[in-house]
Unconditional design. Structure first.
Length: 555
């Protein structure tokens, strides 16, 4: 066969000794259709039935160990008993003439889930839910039969299109990973170069080499769901050991923060994160219960479940995250963890240092000498005069104006306390400045009284002069933008729109005003005015980070 003119000549493939060979006098191999860590997969034909099948020929070194051969027969026999429509059917298994192990399986005409994610993500919640529930049903039957998959991943899930326009998921390679493990305790990472499980999808206990149960498969199922929701696995690194270390030590970033513009439903995110718990006892107790949770989360979306993530209502939902309290709290918690985490190994040292610092501050505060009050202070001056002398004249306006600069000791101590607790004094303000604030804050003075010395406490209990300006302050008009956001948070959409319209007239070049106006109109259902407001926002903010979301929303 010649190559077409102008095209590079393809290198001839090396001869494959299995092509054209008949195994166990039953299956004639015709072409290689896949290869993995365990062996090669060939298209073949059942000689007697004339039926197409797939033959997996295990690598020769796997059949050289008698213990592996024994385990192979036991596990293949168990997997062949699975008859669930979502499980790959095992037709036969055994050894070829040279001792090579093989498995004959039904031939699947479809694409693996990894290919589907690569080409079609983001998927709709309905699509994701159907993939997950079919997979979990197959797992549930296998677990009841005492079979643990151990290597669940998108490459082992084949999606087959059906005649009615739907699809069927087939779970492949049940129990095969276990075949390669040693008879005693399982190896944590490799045996003879074979990875027992795939690092990106491996449960922590499996990576440690601990005894595992069906909940290890549920952890892998959680990774698959996470991958479906945001087209990324929760942990990645340059090496397998790096990935496994993250599975053991780190918490996954929630999918909604990995793909903030997709509007991933919280209920589906919670299902995935529970499955990814490090402790098996904190995961879903069974595949059936995890599947029911997925179905419930999808059903709760109603007709929205058929929309693709990141489009339509899900794009609009992503915009709501800017004002979502739960998202803000989660972000704050993550920031706190990022600051605290490096010091976690020395937590007791930091706690001890903090306690000593507080103790030293308290001793200093108690022992600190109280500065004498100024003779210009009207209250202290009256106290210092002999009782037989007449009371001094009322202070002048100039004296009243200067009084805050000569506050009593109690007020100065209260100001020092505010500074020590992280108030303005701690940020560079003086105690005198804080004393002015303390004079107008009765509650602050009451709280600081127990720490002040007795003389200062007595001075605090004396009546203070009333406000020097009896004229009430004029009523303030709320800022229309803030008023609109407040009304929006209370669900008063029409009031919010009116406020944002006022803000837009006052600040026609403020992009955020038009953005909030667009959100309010969209939530009210007035998509035409909402789209107009969003277009003004994008015109004023050409580099807006949410441009792609809004353009999909208004297209």
């Amino acid at each position: 066969m010649t190559q077409p003119s102008g095209e590079p000549r393809a290198e001839p493939e090396p001869d494959d000794p299995w092509i054209g060979r008949t195994i166990a006098q039953k299956f004639t191999l015709s072409e290689q259709i896949g290869e993995g860590a365990m062996g090669r997969v060939y298209r073949a034909e059942h000689v007697s039935l004339g039926k197409p099948v797939a033959i997996k020929v295990l690598h020769r070194h796997l059949g050289g160990d008698p213990r592996i051969a024994k385990r192979f027969h036991r596990e293949a026999r168990a997997a062949s008993r699975l008859s669930h429509p979502n499980s790959l059917q095992i037709i036969d298994f055994g050894e070829a003439g040279d001792g090579t192990l093989f498995i004959a399986m039904e031939l699947l005409e479809g694409e693996d889930l990894q290919t589907l994610i690569d080409h079609d993500a983001p998927l709709s919640p309905r699509h994701i839910g159907e993939i997950m529930t079919q997979m979990l049903r197959a797992l549930d039957e296998a677990h009841h039969a005492g079979i643990i998959h151990r290597d669940l991943k998108p490459e082992n899930l084949v999606v087959i299109q059906t005649r009615g326009g739907g699809f069927r998921v087939k779970v492949c390679d049940f129990g095969i990973a276990k075949i390669t493990e040693s008879e005693g305790k399982s190896t944590a990472i490799t045996k003879d170069g074979y990875v027992c499980g795939t690092p990106e999808y491996m449960a922590p206990e499996q990576a440690r080499g601990d005894a595992i149960d069906p909940r290890a498969d549920l952890y892998s199922a959680g990774v698959v769901l996470y991958h479906l929701l945001c087209a990324k696995v929760p942990f990645s690194a340059e090496t397998a050991l790096g990935i496994i270390t993250k599975h053991l030590m780190e918490q996954p970033v929630p999918p909604r923060r990995v793909q903030p513009s997709w509007g991933i439903p919280r209920a589906l995110e919670r299902v995935a994160l529970r499955a990814l718990a490090k402790d098996p006892d904190e995961r879903w107790p069974s595949a059936a219960e995890m599947g029911a949770a997925v179905e419930s989360a999808v059903d709760a979306l109603g007709d929205r479940a058929d929309e693709r993530l990141g489009h339509g209502s899900f794009a609009a939902a992503a915009l709501e995250d800017d004002d979502d309290e739960e998202a803000r709290e989660a972000t704050t918690e993550e920031a706190i963890r990022a600051v605290v985490q490096p010091a976690r190994g020395h937590t007791w040292l930091y706690a001890l240092a903090g306690a000593l610092a507080l103790l030293a501050f308290g001793v200093w505060l108690w022992a600190r000498p109280t500065a004498p009050a100024s003779s210009a202070d009207p209250v202290d001056r009256a106290e210092s005069q002999p009782p037989t002398e007449p009371e001094p004249a009322a202070p002048t306006s100039a004296q009243e104006a200067a009084a805050p600069e000569r506050e009593p000791a109690a007020e100065r101590l209260a100001a020092d306390e505010v500074g020590a607790e992280g108030g303005p004094a701690a940020e560079g303000g003086t105690a005198a400045e804080e004393g002015t604030a303390a004079e107008s804050d009765e509650e602050s003075d009451e709280e600081s009284a127990p720490i002040a010395r007795p003389r200062a406490m007595e001075a605090q209990r004396r009546p203070r002069p009333g406000p020097r300006d009896p004229t009430p302050a004029p009523p303030t008009t709320p800022d229309p933008f803030d008023d609109g956001r407040d009304r929006m948070s209370r669900g008063d959409l029409r009031g919010a729109i009116a406020a944002f319209e006022r803000a837009a007239r006052a600040q026609p070049r403020n992009a955020q005003v038009h953005r909030q106006l667009g959100r309010a109109y969209m939530r009210l259902g007035d998509t035409r005015r909402g789209a107009d407001a969003y277009r003004r926002y994008l015109a004023l903010a050409p580099d807006a980070p949410d441009r792609a979301i809004i353009e999909r929303l208004i297209e």
